[in-house]
Write a protein that binds this ligand. Structure first.
Ligand SMILES: CC(=O)SCCNC(=O)CCNC(=O)[C@H](O)C(C)(C)COP(=O)(O)OP(=O)(O)OC[C@H]1O[C@@H](n2cnc3c(N)ncnc32)[C@H](O)[C@@H]1OP(=O)(O)O
Ligand SMILES: CC(C)C(=O)C(=O)O
Ligand SMILES: [Mg+2]
Length: 515
């Protein structure tokens, strides 16, 4: 199987992401993790850019011993000298020189003719080779360069001493077919192309950075350049984890492999995200939080029966523990039951069905149903107090200038609907007073607490209250994403428990009288 060399430019092109600025320590930390990941070549920076970048490249070159350390330079002696200075402690160094070759860049940016581009690049490569055995030359904006000129520059670069020639799609312009064809053409046309390595460097402006890198491999590229999490200039670079996993998962198709230590990918991704401050989107391939998470019932059922139904690679491959079955409104009974077993509940089919119905009602209101929500659902369901009254609906009228008024609709045991309204000292008080009227109970509220039992803006609120009627004291509990609803539920729950307790107290009294 053909080996594809991996050239990581997280510390150089990745750092060119607007808003990203890594200090020396952070660069070294990432460099060491890239070494663990088995990256072949690490581009540590652009030493001519600043004294800080020169220092960072030198620090990475000193710390990382098991990868080639690369430093970038423009095609001039000053930049190359800065790279020399930065890499002088390196065990295995590579100089990376670039010059743009496309008509747009030649005319507007460099203001050079084709001949001047050839001469400038040749002089720089020759100067660089005086000091470096390994030298990569990049034809910046090769993607928009005339194909015959790409071949001409590549030919010149090889003769001048480049060991790697990089053909970047600098502005993410090409389709996979076109990009792959450049490599195929260079291989077929440039006589000495077989003596050096050809490299692909893609940007994601049209969302094709990964597929273009793969097309380059199919066209004959020996090396792929990119970054962790695909960070980089504008829309970013090829995400290296995507290329590595595409080659691993579809090795029979590509016939090529990297030597990355794949189970270091998740760790590397998290570190780069943490230190650059660039959050990885949930749906990002390979390393996004949802890449191995399943929410819909049909998929979860498939996953529980056989993981390959919905996973083409395993989370363990990239160093994650396991796939996640996320419960939400699209989930089904199979996953729900499995989750309850995980949480330590052993319920009958009937109990699972009843709890599942409550779960679906909650999932309609709440984005993420977390373990704590499920515990509440199950435990509420298992504590069975006869429901003499059920809260059917309530409405609140409230304003800073008006007295809060609540209207409640309550269904009694015999199916009768009772509607009552009341005013109170606040929204909760008015609801409680309306419930008192509807149930005809006279109650003293002894305690009322409210707390959030799950996270986020749509967290569940749990109301706990203690009420007394004569000698009988009971507790009530209500849970909802709305605290007023949780309060009303807790109050009705407590009244039902009060009626239940009153019945058993009376029953015991009667028994005592009889005996
Ligand atoms: C595709 C890429 O990612 S290329 C790498 C891009 N990365 C960076 O630019 C980050 C680091 N850059 C920097 O810190 C600065 O741009 C520096 C220090 C390199 C140069 O700064 P300045 O001297 O102020 O020049 P400035 O950046 O404004 O302009 C770039 C100059 O380099 C020239 N230039 C651009 N590419 C090359 C090249 N490959 N070889 C030689 N000269 C080049 C431009 O034509 C321009 O020259 P001019 O001043 O004669 O018009
Ligand atoms: C410096 C070169 C390789 C580059 O980053 C690009 O062309 O995108
Ligand atoms: Mg780039």
């Amino acid at each position: 199987m053909r080996k594809i060399y991996i050239f990581d430019t997280t510390l150089r092109d990745g750092e060119q992401s607007p808003g990203v600025n890594l200090n020396v320590h952070e660069k070294v930390e990432i460099g060491l993790q890239l070494e663990k990941l088995g990256i072949d070549r690490i581009e540590a920076g652009f030493p001519a850019a600043s004294a800080g970048d020169l220092e960072s490249v030198a620090a990475v070159a000193q710390a990382v011993r098991n990868a080639t350390i690369v430093a970038l330079a423009r095609s001039n002696e000053k930049d190359i000298d800065a790279a020399r200075e930065a890499l002088k402690q390196s065990q295995d160094a590579c100089l990376h020189i670039f010059l743009a070759t496309s008509p747009i860049h030649r005319q507007h940016k460099l203001r050079m003719s084709k001949e001047q581009v050839l001469e400038t690049a040749e002089a720089a490569i020759k100067y660089g080779r005086r000091y470096f055995d390994k030298l990569e030359f990049s034809l910046e904006d090769a993607g928009r360069t005339e194909l015959d000129f790409i071949c001409q520059v590549t030919d010149m670069a090889i003769r001048a001493g480049a060991t790697v020639v990089n053909l970047p799609d600098t502005v993410g312009y090409l389709s996979p077919f076109e990009y792959g064809n450049i490599f195929k053409t260079v291989k077929e046309t440039v006589p000495d192309a077989y003596k050096i390595q050809l490299s692909a460097h893609c940007h994601d402006d049209l969302g094709m950075a990964t597929v273009n890198a793969l097309a380059a491999i199919m066209g004959g590229a020996d090396q792929v350049e990119g970054t962790i999490n695909g960070i980089g200039e504008r829309a970013g670079n090829t995400a290296l984890e995507e290329v590595a996993l595409a080659l691993e998962t579809r090795s029979e198709f590509f016939g090529a492999k990297t030597s990355l230590v794949l189970n270091e990918i998740a760790r590397t991704s998290r570190l780069v995200s943490k230190l650059t401050g660039m959050v990885v989107p949930g749906n990002k391939a390979i390393v996004g939080a949802n890449a191995f998470a399943h929410e819909s019932g049909i998929h979860q059922d498939g996953m529980l029966k056989e993981k390959t139904t919905y996973e083409i690679m395993t989370p363990e491959t990239i160093g994650l523990k396991e796939s996640k079955l996320v419960l939400g409104k699209h989930s089904g009974r199979h996953a729900f039951r499995e989750k309850l077993i995980d949480l330590g509940y052993s319920l009958s089919d009937e109990q699972v069905n009843a709890a599942f119905k409550k779960f679906k009602d909650l999932a309609d209101k709440k984005k993420d149903v977390v373990d704590e929500d499920l515990r509440v659902i199950v435990e509420e369901k298992l504590i069975t107090t006869p429901e003499v009254y059920v809260l059917d609906a309530f409405q609140i009228s409230y304003g800073t200038q008006s007295v809060p008024t609540a209207t409640v609709r309550i269904q009694s045991e015999d199916g009768q609907i009772i509607e009552e309204a009341a005013i109170g000292n606040g929204s909760v008080d008015s609801i409680f007073k309306a419930i008192d009227k509807a149930t005809g109970e006279e109650i003293e509220l002894e305690d009322y607490t409210i707390k959030s039992i799950s996270h986020g803006k749509d967290a569940l609120g749990e109301v706990h209250l203690v009420m007394r009627q004569g000698e009988i004291s009971v507790q009530g509990r209500g849970v909802s994403t709305d605290i007023l609803e949780a309060s009303a539920k807790a109050y009705v729950h407590a009244i039902n428990r009060l009626i239940d307790k009153r019945k058993s107290v009376n029953h015991n009294r009667n028994n005592m009288v009889l005996s």
